[in-house]
Design a protein around this ligand. Sequence first.
Ligand code: FAD
Length: 377
Amino acid sequence: MKLRVVVLGAGFGGLELSSMLSEALAERLDLTLIDKNDSFYFGYSKLDVMFGRQTPNAVRLAYSNIVKPGVRFRQEVIMAIDPEARRVTTNTATYNADILVVALGADYDLAATPGLIEGGNEFYSFAGAERLREVLPTFSKGRAIVGVTSTPFKCPPAPSEAALLLHEHLTARGVRNACEISLVMPFGVPIPPSPATSQALLAAFAERGITFIPNRLVRALDPARRVAILDNASEMPYDLFLGIPKHRVPGVVAASGMTEDGWIPVNPKNLKTRFPGVYAVGDVTSVGTPKAGVFSEGAARVVAASLIAELQGGEQPQAYAGAGSCYIEFGANRVGRVDVDFLSGPSPTGSFIEPSVALVGEKKHFGSSRQARWFGL
Ligand SMILES: Cc1cc2nc3c(=O)[nH]c(=O)nc-3n(C[C@H](O)[C@H](O)[C@H](O)COP(=O)(O)OP(=O)(O)OC[C@H]3O[C@@H](n4cnc5c(N)ncnc54)[C@H](O)[C@@H]3O)c2cc1C
């Protein structure tokens, strides 16, 4: 008998889970991987696209490249999830699963921030990053704000990276002196679990004349007056607003009855939901790690190892540690790295590796190794 696995979402979590199960189980596996898109892209590619470092086509990885024993990819829109029955309905089919894995990530709610759609930009969606390719070259003087509108948000270093890369972009165009850059963040320091990373980022901001505004969120924009309104009612004038929009689970997840306080609760050790045979990994959960690809991938590996052990009678894997490394773009062809561990100790810890050209290569390898494992490219 084959193990019928249905994986919802082909992002970091879904791709890693499918790859590991295929490698270990091959013909004993009957896995359907479903995503509404025809291609995957790394989250950090959005920074490359918005600043014109890469074209949108160059960073897209087509799901049609997935050729793995026991795995079939379906480009369909998931319309309903019944976690009790482990049944999924898409726009074209219905799937029943022995094991159901929800890896549908986080969506954005732009309308939750008044004025953002009419008077601002966001770079967290691919479409938003693509639009900014056209907008950024037209910004040559005035005040730019990179602003977080709500928590939690994906990849906590990304707003800092956007501010640093904006500095680089404006400098290269010879207009930096005519522009101001501010970064509005909900934390006291850029990366709270790693003081050394925060210190390095704060030093980089100071060196480049970027104003860091801690412990604040942008609640609204007033496009008519071109001001951003913060959560303490103070106002900041802007000419260019690069927003991090409010995050939420995809609508189909909210409608499934699986969420509590907005996200899917899971046992942090094994990623099980309260529904037997149903797991959830990655950004769609409230597991206790930041929302980042490395954590989605790590969670998927624990689920895969546990299913493989169950089927092959081996030992269960160690509990999920919520550990991973994030690369941080500092501009000027230098990348730093923060290694964080969220779940194995009493409180999160992190260590920092100084920005270097060598880490640019390591980040490239991070991408190319996954491209090879997931897509055979
Ligand atoms: C600017 C930026 C920079 C980032 N940089 C990094 C970084 O350097 N390192 C890092 O680790 N992370 C980074 N991230 C975060 C990372 O991209 C996400 O955390 C990661 O993709 C989450 O993986 P996931 O598998 O949980 O969900 P996702 O990768 O979001 O995958 C979810 C999938 O579900 C699909 N889906 C959703 N709803 C439906 C539906 N109804 N029907 C069918 N399919 C559906 C989506 O199309 C999507 O492919 C960055 C994010 C941003 C925005």
